[in-house]
Design a protein around this ligand. Structure first.
Ligand code: NAD
Length: 437
């Protein structure tokens, strides 16, 4: 049993802290957001993440998990301290490290004995060393020792609990054997593959992994755009490519590109890191540009089907960047809906969990929000799919056809087979596949 503090109780801190507590460790999750901590104390989970609430409840009741804003006390009570605060994108593309630095300073101020300080946030190469230096400077003459470890997180929103409990690998970047062994031991119950490296290598692994997945997505989207011009079907191209185990079919689904809180900011941060050392990472530039252009493809397809968008009603189905999360950070909907509105359309926006949050971000001018898909499609000239929620994948197409004004679909996620949409009598435009009229 280890005593752990997790600083930052967001998607990563809350899920990983809860999973560590489930394996019998004593975990204190801290946050500066008092409202978040109050909600958690009442089992009111501030994020939408399947399976998280019962796991939190179980471990709080067992006495293994607690929530607090009293970070100083938590630090003193723990042997291992995880930093899991946000590292958002700053205007230059650089990762904003102000939250990481604030957490490190707080740790330094309250440390009373040897601690292993683990950076779980995604941070630019060199940050672990910077944290080490910063803490050392703050400690000054006090006789307390510590080690800094990099242990990047690989969970996916929407399946975060599953991913954490069944983690494929743990990367442990350290400056010494003692701290690496402590963190390796912490991962033993997960029965996962462990790779121990130095700090810089561990930090680079996280960016390299995310940039590589983003590259696969932009690559298949470029192939999809070619398929449209040559009359090929990208669904089958992906399937055929994925049969080669060297390639794998994962992350080869054509669509409107990647979004969310990780890929856009991590690819930008890696680009910034390259610029800092005068390295021309032109492949990464292309990945980012391809992704930005891909979002607008569905707007052009809507124009192809409707002509002028002025005065038309468009039901946008799905607002989050992927299903099973309420996260709207860098979601394609945040670019697509304003473009439709600028074109003069009225938008009826559906999302089963993030409709309210989307309203806060996009406002209500020419946009109405629904948690029910069938209400959203009523009277629509076009349905435009942005997120493959279960509600979207399993919608009753016959009922939708009765409710809409025109039976027209633009599908940014290739949710339906061309045969099905032909049979049901829809005009259907998807990504990288032949049109159905
Ligand atoms: P988040 O924004 O959901 O949560 C961060 C939390 O940290 C917030 O609750 C905030 O209030 C808190 N915080 C900020 N400063 C603090 C401080 N000084 N003391 C205590 N709490 C503080 O962020 P997230 O999505 O969990 O991401 C955290 C890190 O993990 C980021 O670096 C991100 O890139 C990385 N990551 C995220 C994911 C993901 O799917 N979200 C996956 C892998 C890695």
């Amino acid at each position: 049993m280890k005593k752990i503090t997790v600083i930052g109780t967001g998607y990563v801190g809350l899920v990983s802290g809860t999973c560590f507590s489930d394996y019998g460790n004593r975990v204190i999750c801290c946050d500066i957001d008092a409202k978040k901590i109050d909600r958690l104390k009442n089992y009111d989970i501030p994020i939408y993440e399947p399976g998280l609430e019962p796991l939190v409840r179980k471990n709080v009741e067992r006495g293994n998990l607690s929530f607090t804003t009293d970070i100083s006390n938590a630090i003193q009570e723990s042997d291992i301290i995880f930093i899991a605060v946000g590292t958002p994108m700053s205007p230059s593309g650089e990762a904003d490290l102000s939250y990481v630095k604030a957490a490190a300073e707080m740790i330094a101020s309250h440390m009373n004995s040897y601690k292993v300080i683990v950076v779980k946030s995604t941070v630019p190469v060199g940050t672990g060393r910077m944290v080490q230096k910063l803490i050392q400077e703050h400690i000054g003459e006090r006789l307390v020792s510590f080690d800094v470890v990099s242990n990047p997180e690989f969970l996916r929103e929407g399946s975060a609990v599953y991913d954490c409990m069944n983690m494929e690998r743990a990367i442990i970047g350290s400056t010494g054997e003692q701290s690496a062994d402590i963190i390796r031991e912490l991962h033993a119950p997960f029965e996962t593959k462990v790779l121990v490296t130095d700090l810089e290598t561990a930090e680079m692994i996280k960016y390299a992994a995310n940039a590589f997945l983003a590259t696969k997505i932009s690559f298949i989207n470029s192939i999809a755009n070619l398929c449209e011009r040559y009359g090929a079907d990208v669904g089958h191209v992906s399937e055929g490519m994925g049969m080669d185990s060297r390639i794998s079919g994962k992350f080869l689904q054509a669509g409107i590109g990647y979004g969310g809180s990780c890929f856009p900011k991590d690819t930008e941060a890696l680009r910034y890191m390259s610029q800092q050392v005068d390295y021309d990472f032109s492949m990464l530039d292309a990945v980012i540009q391809t992704n930005e252009a891909q979002r607008m493809i569905v707007v052009r397809k809507a124009q192809d089907l409707l002509g002028d968008l002025g005065g038309k009603t468009i039901a946008v189905l799905g607002l989050t960047f992927k299903p099973d999360t309420d996260d709207l950070r860098y979601a394609p909907s945040l670019d697509v809906i304003p473009a439709l509105v600028r074109g003069g359309a009225y938008v009826r926006a559906f999302d089963p969990v993030a409709a309210h949050e989307a309203e806060m971000l996009l406002g209500t001018e020419r946009i109405t929000y629904y948690r029910d898909l069938y209400e959203a499609v009523e009277g629509a000239d076009l349905c435009l799919i942005l997120t493959e929620w279960e509600d979207v994948l399993h919608m009753d197409l016959a009922r939708v056809k009765e409710l809409v004004k025109q039976p027209k679909f633009v599908d940014g996620r290739n949710c339906f087979s061309l045969e099905l949409m032909r049979q049901r009598g829809f005009s259907y435009r998807s990504v990288g596949r032949p049109d159905v009229d």
